[in-house]
Design a protein around this ligand. Structure first.
Ligand SMILES: [Zn+2]
Length: 306
């Protein structure tokens, strides 16, 4: 399938600046943690090792380390600025959170808000926060610690949660004696609900014309992606529908953190098929540069056009 060189050239991801412009809309990547390495066996349990080694040679050790057989993930948010709204997508791990089972996320003192300010965005400027799903590494900056209490980090924002996702985790918590999701449900989701700043919405909710959600269930029961359509250029901010560039090549490799690995693989392939060859920028929550960009078909799988 032919790609659209005019579209990708005019609206490509700028790796030096970690942003892009789609018509009158801009998207910036805001880093919480730049790079953490995880065992490939743990992260992608069904991945074929020989094929991973082939991909390591192609992608380089920063993406797949052939010595340790580890895959690297970034933890970042995106800021979408339209002429009408400033939208923060996925809020990473946050600061000061108690995450004793995740040492890299535990009691952090990271520069995320300064990284946001460096993009010209103050917390007060955010109109909407959306989380593709409610795992701990996508809700962390929803709240910050003030005088021992968790309060919304973005005082003027409406937080949009997919109702099906929110209800799922409420049910999970009701059935559990322990705090779920490393405590993030209690410290990063419920305080936002209590503040009155949250709104539960449908999985196809539209924030404004051309900026809309689409369901991509599987990683969690209510995972959604955000489409950004501007004039002739598009992007899809797809959270954890894929965690690592190896899954673009092999959409059948679901992560160990997918609630329903089969449905997750189906949603991943559907999304890639939908955007392949269209010039749509694929912007996942955990990819490292240079794997932000359009994709095209390649055999049974796909590849990122770099
Ligand atoms: Zn994640």
């Amino acid at each position: 399938m032919a790609s659209n060189p005019a579209s990708t050239a005019a609206h490509g991801w700028n790796h030096a600046q970690a942003n892009c412009a789609l018509g009158d809309i801009t998207i910036d990547r805001v880093v919480d943690m730049e790079r953490l390495a995880y065992s490939a066996k743990m992260m992608l349990p069904t991945a074929d090792e020989a094929e991973l080694r082939r991909l390591a040679a192609e992608m380089g050790p920063r993406i797949i380390d052939p010595v340790t057989m580890s895959v690297s993930l970034s933890f970042h948010a995106y800021v979408v600025r339209t002429p009408k709204h400033t939208i923060l997508v996925d809020t990473c791990c946050g600061n000061d959170k108690e995450r004793p089972q995740r040492v890299d996320w535990h009691r952090r003192d990271g520069p995320f808000l300064n990284n946001l300010r460096a993009r010209g965005v103050e917390p007060e400027d955010i109109d909407f926060v959306m989380c593709t799903h409610l795992h701990a590494d996508h809700v962390g900056w929803n709240t910050k610690l003030v005088d021992g209490k968790w309060v919304p980090t973005f005082p003027n924002a409406q937080y949009l949660f997919a109702e099906v996702e929110y209800r799922h985790w409420i049910q999970q918590q009701a059935e559990s004696d322990e705090p779920i999701m490393h405590g993030s449900h209690a410290d990063s989701v419920l305080p936002v609900m209590d503040s009155g700043q949250a709104k539960l919405v449908a999985v196809d909710h539209e924030i404004e014309t051309g900026i809309y959600f689409q369901p991509a269930f599987g990683h969690t029961p209510g995972t959604i992606v955000l489409h950004v359509d501007s004039q002739d250029a598009q992007a899809v901010l797809c959270g954890d529908v894929m965690h690592h560039p190896a899954q673009v090549v092999h959409p059948e490799w679901s992560s160990a953190f997918c609630a329903d690995p089969i449905q997750s693989a189906k949603s991943r392939r559907e999304l890639l098929e939908r955007v392949a060859g269209t010039g749509t920028l694929v912007l996942p929550a955990h990819f490292l540069a240079p794997y932000y960009g359009p994709v095209e078909r390649d055999g049974d799988g796909f590849r990122t056009v770099i």
